[in-house]
Design a protein around this ligand. Structure first.
Ligand SMILES: C[S@@+](CC[C@H](N)C(=O)[O-])C[C@H]1O[C@@H](n2cnc3c(N)ncnc32)[C@H](O)[C@@H]1O
Length: 204
């Protein structure tokens, strides 16, 4: 890791806050801030978190849903287990065909909310990273459509770029309200933003 990067991280407010408050990532605050504003996760909800390692969003979601809700974290990487009985994790690839079925077998009922902070390995080539990120977001949308209950919510990370508008149009096709969010905890110079689809449309 470059020295300058390590120093910047140490100075970072949300990085230090996460350490102090025992959250596994600074990203935790992005989810808290977005939910505080739009209330798309509620007490008692079933939440599926895609690209969940090391587990900061899982911790935030568990805090919001409480003991009567349920949180499933999915990642290609191992996630250190949680002690709460209503938090489960699986190792799975969100681009694999059978992942939605695996998820449906593990959650107590169809999900109220699907969230995804999944991110590709950054190549540094902007167009490549944007395309890979949009691809992961499309996979997350596909999983959301298969695992969400009617009127469920979807929250996903994307990078800004020329493929973003097409992706937003797809989310609009399936959700009644769509918001574009840049939480305060997301670094201003990062091109990441979040797309929130609220109330999955029903067939009729
Ligand atoms: C930014 S991290 C998520 C951080 C997490 N929200 C937190 O607060 O701890 C992105 C994650 O996406 C995961 N990921 C990337 N591609 C994936 C895929 N195809 N399937 C599942 N997980 C994936 C990575 O392994 C990585 O752990």
């Amino acid at each position: 890791m470059p020295k300058a990067w390590i120093q910047e991280r140490k100075r970072d407010y949300y990085y230090r806050k996460a350490k102090e408050e025992k959250y596994r990532s600074r990203a935790t605050y992005k989810l808290f801030q977005a939910v505080k504003k739009y209330r798309f996760i509620r007490k008692g909800d079933v939440v599926v978190d895609l690209g969940a390692a090391p587990g900061g969003w899982i911790q935030a979601a568990r805090k919001i849903v409480g003991s009567k809700g349920f949180v499933l974290g999915v990642d290609v990487k191992h996630i250190e287990p949680f002690s709460e009985r209503n938090v489960k994790t699986i190792i799975a690839d969100i681009t694999e065909e059978d992942t939605p079925q695996q998820i449906l077998k593990l959650i107590p009922r169809k999900a109220d909310v699907v969230i995804s902070d999944a991110a590709p390995n950054i190549s540094g080539i902007w167009e490549v990273d944007h395309a890979r990120q949009i691809d992961l977001a499309q996979q997350a949308l596909k999983i959301a459509l298969e695992t969400l209950k009617p009127h469920g919510n979807f929250f996903v990370k994307v990078f800004q770029g020329d493929m973003l508008n097409d992706f937003i149009a797809k989310v609009k096709k399936h959700f009644e309200t769509v918001k574009i969010i840049k939480p305060e905890a997301s670094r201003a110079r990062s091109s990441e933003i979040f797309v929130l689809g609220m109330r999955l449309k029903t067939e009729d």
